[in-house]
Ligand binder design. Sequence first.
Ligand code: NAI
Ligand code: MG
Length: 508
Amino acid sequence: MVTTSTVPFPDVSPSPRVEGFLSRTKKLLIGGRWVDAAGGKAFPVYNPATGQIIDMAAEGDVADIDHAVRAARKVFDNPRHPWRTMSPSERGRLIWRIGDLILEHKDELAELESLDNGKPVEVAKAADVPLSADLFHYMAGWATKLEGNTIPISVLYAPGAQFHAFTTREPIGVVGQIIPWNFPLLMAAWKLGPLLATGNCAILKPAEQTPLTALRLGEILQEAGLPEGVVNIVTGYGETAGAALAAHEGVDKVAFTGSTELGRLIVKAAAGNLKKVTRELGGKSPNIIFKDTPDLQQAIAGAASAIFFNHGQCCCAGSRLYVEKAVYEDVVQGITAAARDIKLGPGLAAGTQMGPLVSQEQLDRVTGFMDAGRREGACVLTGGGRVGERGYFVAPTLLTGTGPQMSVVKEEIFGPVVVADSFEDTTEIIARSNDTPYGLAAGVWTRDIAKAHRVAEELRAGTVWVNCYNIVDSALPFGGYKQSGWGREMGHEVLSQYTHTKAVCIGL
Ligand code: NAI
Ligand code: MG
């Protein structure tokens, strides 16, 4: 069934506070000052619920990236700069303040995020914004805990000699951070939190689809008292500003979140000065429901939310659903019903459970996959197309009758589209789950604890959720196996990706 509707969704006006932010001219934050793009150009920011332009953002390009890198280098390369000499305790308190200020501006940030990205404002209020604040609060505590070791060494070729050897942790330097549009503020927090805790400097390049909350965050960083030039924010297109940042010789590391395809380009761009690269990329995550799941209704709700949360625009979305044969029909029916119950609407409208996709490009891409699935012989149990003629809405979609070679089974769709299939054998389903170049996340639903452990161990994924899905936490490392990434975000694991370990050896 293809769902279409000609009834337009209501227009919802933003609050005066957000209108006020939108009315201000958007600039780039470089060296502590808000400046125009060198080329004087600006690019449109769209409301995905209507397709209308709501703002213009400064179009940073090669010259602006270069300007921002120089501003960051000026801070980092000066050992007497207040950022370089700031005590860990003071740095921690500053980062904590950023978290507090985010919470203070929670409603405004949530509304801005909803308007720019399309997600329901209530979701932004319950998840994106508090999680962003929590990330800064969590990272604030690490600023004082970046310890090295003292290491007893033997030095076989210097018999009798005495040494005192120890390690210290030092910031890597100037880091380019390129982030996507699916959780714009949260991705900025995931990147900036550990960067600040470890004393680095940043050039943040938000996604061109969603630059607004990053710009508001820039104001918050200033209000928190972050020294000038520590974090520079350059809005602009990926192909120009993003590419210039990834390739810049003055950048020591690039941290990227986005598509796997682009992850490859970033590695190539980084090859010039062999800058460090961490990447959090795409996924095609399996979600396996065994017939002995503790509560079938809970598993159904969990599997629906695994794919439909954030309109499926999650790198860890549970987009391949595998259900043990005995409960397959129940699960498929349950998810169909859940999908049909989801209330679509503009993110700012009260009661909206799913907003539009982020852009025309994503609308074309996701509906293209839906059409390809149909062409390749998949059965569309619910959804399967665009909703309405304005904005970028699509219906939550469940496909069955798919085969392993179909594009909808192999490729990351990044929309609310799940493919479901049944299985009978645990070993076989583990193999099928792992039969993908991706390895970001996976779900397992069973009350058999031994089976849960075995499957969790054998799945080649950076996160495995058992009897739950989409559980992320500032303290829990997140990242991918295989082509889903290099390195980890969050937890204390991420700190090693923003620090060098220096070994110091003193002859006594
Ligand atoms: P993208 O990967 O192109 O964009 C992510 C970021 O990279 C943005 O800030 C963009 O400006 C920047 N960028 C683009 N081209 C660049 C370049 N040549 N050099 C440096 N930076 C560059 O994602 P896009 O095109 O918006 O979405 C395409 C697909 O990517 C989606 O359908 C989805 O499958 C996947 N994706 C995955 C994400 C994830 O979290 N794993 C997030 C966003 C998209
Ligand atoms: Mg792109």
